[in-house]
Write a new protein. Structure first.
Length: 202
Protein backbone atom coordinates (compact mmCIF):
# COMPACT_ATOMS: atom_id res chain seq x y z
CA UNK A 1 0.00 0.00 0.00
CA UNK A 2 2.85 2.40 0.80
CA UNK A 3 4.31 1.82 -2.68
CA UNK A 4 1.08 2.24 -4.60
CA UNK A 5 -0.81 4.77 -2.45
CA UNK A 6 2.03 6.73 -0.85
CA UNK A 7 2.10 8.03 2.72
CA UNK A 8 -1.39 9.51 2.41
CA UNK A 9 -2.74 6.06 1.57
CA UNK A 10 -1.68 4.80 4.99
CA UNK A 11 -4.11 7.24 6.58
CA UNK A 12 -7.21 6.46 4.53
CA UNK A 13 -10.19 6.13 6.83
CA UNK A 14 -8.66 8.43 9.47
CA UNK A 15 -11.58 10.87 9.50
CA UNK A 16 -14.25 8.59 11.01
CA UNK A 17 -12.21 7.45 14.05
CA UNK A 18 -11.10 11.03 14.79
CA UNK A 19 -14.73 12.23 14.72
CA UNK A 20 -15.76 9.17 16.73
CA UNK A 21 -13.23 9.83 19.49
CA UNK A 22 -14.18 13.50 19.71
CA UNK A 23 -17.85 12.63 20.19
CA UNK A 24 -17.21 9.66 22.49
CA UNK A 25 -14.75 11.43 24.79
CA UNK A 26 -17.11 14.36 25.15
CA UNK A 27 -19.81 11.95 26.35
CA UNK A 28 -18.34 8.92 28.11
CA UNK A 29 -16.54 10.74 30.94
CA UNK A 30 -19.68 12.63 31.90
CA UNK A 31 -21.78 9.49 31.58
CA UNK A 32 -19.38 7.49 33.74
CA UNK A 33 -19.24 10.00 36.59
CA UNK A 34 -23.01 10.42 36.47
CA UNK A 35 -23.46 6.65 36.86
CA UNK A 36 -20.66 6.42 39.43
CA UNK A 37 -22.17 9.08 41.70
CA UNK A 38 -25.52 7.27 41.67
CA UNK A 39 -24.21 3.74 42.13
CA UNK A 40 -21.17 4.22 44.37
CA UNK A 41 -21.27 7.82 45.54
CA UNK A 42 -18.58 10.49 45.10
CA UNK A 43 -16.15 9.08 47.70
CA UNK A 44 -12.75 8.00 46.30
CA UNK A 45 -12.01 4.27 46.15
CA UNK A 46 -9.05 1.98 45.62
CA UNK A 47 -5.36 2.51 46.24
CA UNK A 48 -4.53 5.41 48.55
CA UNK A 49 -8.01 5.61 50.11
CA UNK A 50 -9.81 4.10 53.09
CA UNK A 51 -11.54 1.67 50.70
CA UNK A 52 -8.49 -0.17 49.47
CA UNK A 53 -10.25 -2.97 47.61
CA UNK A 54 -12.16 -3.09 44.35
CA UNK A 55 -15.53 -1.36 44.49
CA UNK A 56 -17.70 -3.35 42.11
CA UNK A 57 -20.25 -0.55 41.97
CA UNK A 58 -17.60 1.56 40.23
CA UNK A 59 -16.94 -1.32 37.83
CA UNK A 60 -20.67 -1.52 37.09
CA UNK A 61 -20.81 2.23 36.44
CA UNK A 62 -17.85 1.92 34.07
CA UNK A 63 -19.47 -0.99 32.23
CA UNK A 64 -22.71 0.94 31.80
CA UNK A 65 -20.92 3.42 29.54
CA UNK A 66 -20.37 0.67 26.94
CA UNK A 67 -23.79 0.73 25.19
CA UNK A 68 -23.64 4.51 24.81
CA UNK A 69 -20.16 4.32 23.29
CA UNK A 70 -21.25 1.52 20.95
CA UNK A 71 -24.14 3.62 19.65
CA UNK A 72 -21.63 6.29 18.64
CA UNK A 73 -18.71 4.13 17.52
CA UNK A 74 -20.47 1.48 15.39
CA UNK A 75 -21.36 3.72 12.40
CA UNK A 76 -17.92 5.35 12.38
CA UNK A 77 -16.14 1.99 12.63
CA UNK A 78 -18.18 0.60 9.75
CA UNK A 79 -17.32 3.51 7.44
CA UNK A 80 -13.66 3.40 8.45
CA UNK A 81 -13.37 -0.30 7.68
CA UNK A 82 -15.11 0.08 4.32
CA UNK A 83 -12.73 2.84 3.26
CA UNK A 84 -9.66 0.93 4.43
CA UNK A 85 -10.73 -2.31 2.74
CA UNK A 86 -11.48 -0.39 -0.44
CA UNK A 87 -8.00 1.14 -0.44
CA UNK A 88 -6.32 -2.20 0.38
CA UNK A 89 -8.14 -4.00 -2.44
CA UNK A 90 -7.26 -1.23 -4.89
CA UNK A 91 -3.64 -1.35 -3.79
CA UNK A 92 -3.43 -5.10 -4.47
CA UNK A 93 -5.02 -4.57 -7.88
CA UNK A 94 -2.61 -1.77 -8.78
CA UNK A 95 0.36 -3.99 -8.02
CA UNK A 96 -0.85 -6.96 -10.05
CA UNK A 97 1.04 -6.02 -13.23
CA UNK A 98 -0.21 -6.19 -16.83
CA UNK A 99 -2.69 -8.99 -16.14
CA UNK A 100 -4.22 -6.93 -13.36
CA UNK A 101 -4.56 -3.87 -15.60
CA UNK A 102 -6.28 -5.98 -18.26
CA UNK A 103 -8.77 -7.27 -15.71
CA UNK A 104 -9.42 -3.74 -14.50
CA UNK A 105 -10.27 -2.71 -18.06
CA UNK A 106 -12.62 -5.66 -18.26
CA UNK A 107 -14.13 -4.66 -14.89
CA UNK A 108 -13.25 -8.09 -13.53
CA UNK A 109 -13.87 -8.17 -9.74
CA UNK A 110 -11.29 -10.93 -9.21
CA UNK A 111 -7.77 -10.27 -7.87
CA UNK A 112 -6.10 -7.51 -9.80
CA UNK A 113 -9.33 -6.21 -11.26
CA UNK A 114 -10.63 -4.18 -8.35
CA UNK A 115 -11.68 -0.59 -8.90
CA UNK A 116 -11.95 1.78 -5.97
CA UNK A 117 -15.56 2.40 -4.96
CA UNK A 118 -15.12 5.29 -2.53
CA UNK A 119 -13.22 8.55 -2.89
CA UNK A 120 -13.32 9.17 0.85
CA UNK A 121 -15.19 8.63 4.11
CA UNK A 122 -18.09 10.95 3.28
CA UNK A 123 -18.55 9.30 -0.11
CA UNK A 124 -18.51 5.85 1.51
CA UNK A 125 -21.14 6.88 4.06
CA UNK A 126 -23.43 8.28 1.37
CA UNK A 127 -22.98 5.21 -0.84
CA UNK A 128 -23.75 2.82 2.01
CA UNK A 129 -26.80 4.87 2.97
CA UNK A 130 -28.14 4.95 -0.58
CA UNK A 131 -27.51 1.24 -1.18
CA UNK A 132 -28.49 -0.38 2.11
CA UNK A 133 -30.40 2.24 4.07
CA UNK A 134 -29.72 3.58 7.59
CA UNK A 135 -29.77 0.14 9.24
CA UNK A 136 -26.41 -0.69 7.63
CA UNK A 137 -24.64 1.64 10.06
CA UNK A 138 -25.63 -0.59 12.98
CA UNK A 139 -24.10 -3.77 11.54
CA UNK A 140 -21.99 -5.42 14.22
CA UNK A 141 -23.57 -3.32 16.96
CA UNK A 142 -23.94 -6.28 19.34
CA UNK A 143 -20.28 -7.31 19.17
CA UNK A 144 -19.20 -3.69 19.38
CA UNK A 145 -21.33 -3.19 22.50
CA UNK A 146 -19.62 -6.11 24.23
CA UNK A 147 -16.22 -4.73 23.27
CA UNK A 148 -17.05 -1.24 24.55
CA UNK A 149 -18.44 -2.61 27.83
CA UNK A 150 -15.27 -4.58 28.48
CA UNK A 151 -12.97 -1.73 27.44
CA UNK A 152 -14.73 0.92 29.53
CA UNK A 153 -15.00 -1.41 32.52
CA UNK A 154 -11.23 -1.89 32.49
CA UNK A 155 -10.37 1.70 31.56
CA UNK A 156 -12.51 3.67 34.00
CA UNK A 157 -12.25 1.13 36.83
CA UNK A 158 -8.47 1.07 36.65
CA UNK A 159 -8.31 4.85 36.55
CA UNK A 160 -10.65 5.33 39.51
CA UNK A 161 -8.88 2.71 41.64
CA UNK A 162 -5.32 3.99 41.15
CA UNK A 163 -5.54 7.75 40.59
CA UNK A 164 -5.82 8.61 44.30
CA UNK A 165 -2.90 6.32 45.10
CA UNK A 166 -0.68 8.09 42.59
CA UNK A 167 -1.72 11.43 44.06
CA UNK A 168 -0.92 10.18 47.56
CA UNK A 169 2.50 8.86 46.55
CA UNK A 170 3.28 12.02 44.60
CA UNK A 171 2.30 14.52 47.27
CA UNK A 172 4.03 12.52 50.01
CA UNK A 173 7.27 11.74 48.16
CA UNK A 174 10.55 13.18 49.48
CA UNK A 175 11.25 14.96 46.21
CA UNK A 176 7.94 16.82 46.29
CA UNK A 177 8.36 17.66 49.97
CA UNK A 178 11.84 19.03 49.26
CA UNK A 179 10.46 21.16 46.42
CA UNK A 180 7.73 22.45 48.71
CA UNK A 181 10.21 23.39 51.45
CA UNK A 182 12.50 25.10 48.95
CA UNK A 183 9.58 27.02 47.44
CA UNK A 184 8.42 28.16 50.89
CA UNK A 185 11.95 29.26 51.80
CA UNK A 186 12.38 31.23 48.56
CA UNK A 187 8.93 32.78 48.93
CA UNK A 188 9.54 33.90 52.52
CA UNK A 189 12.98 35.24 51.64
CA UNK A 190 11.62 37.25 48.73
CA UNK A 191 8.77 38.48 50.90
CA UNK A 192 11.24 39.64 53.55
CA UNK A 193 13.36 41.46 50.96
CA UNK A 194 10.26 43.14 49.54
CA UNK A 195 9.13 44.28 53.00
CA UNK A 196 12.60 45.63 53.82
CA UNK A 197 12.71 47.54 50.56
CA UNK A 198 9.26 49.01 51.20
CA UNK A 199 10.32 50.11 54.69
CA UNK A 200 13.48 51.74 53.35
CA UNK A 201 11.54 53.66 50.71
CA UNK A 202 9.00 54.83 53.28
Amino acid sequence: MARTEGVAGMYRGLGPPVCMMMVMNSMNFGAFYWARDRLAGPEPVGWGTEKGGIDWRVVAAATSVGPLCAMVSTPFELVKLQVQLDAANHSRGSGAGAAGKMKMKQNDPSAGGYRRKYSGSAHAARALMNTYGPRVFMLGHGVNTVRECVFNAVFFSTFEHVVHGFRYVYFNSRTVQAIRLTSCFVYRRNLGVSQAAATAIA
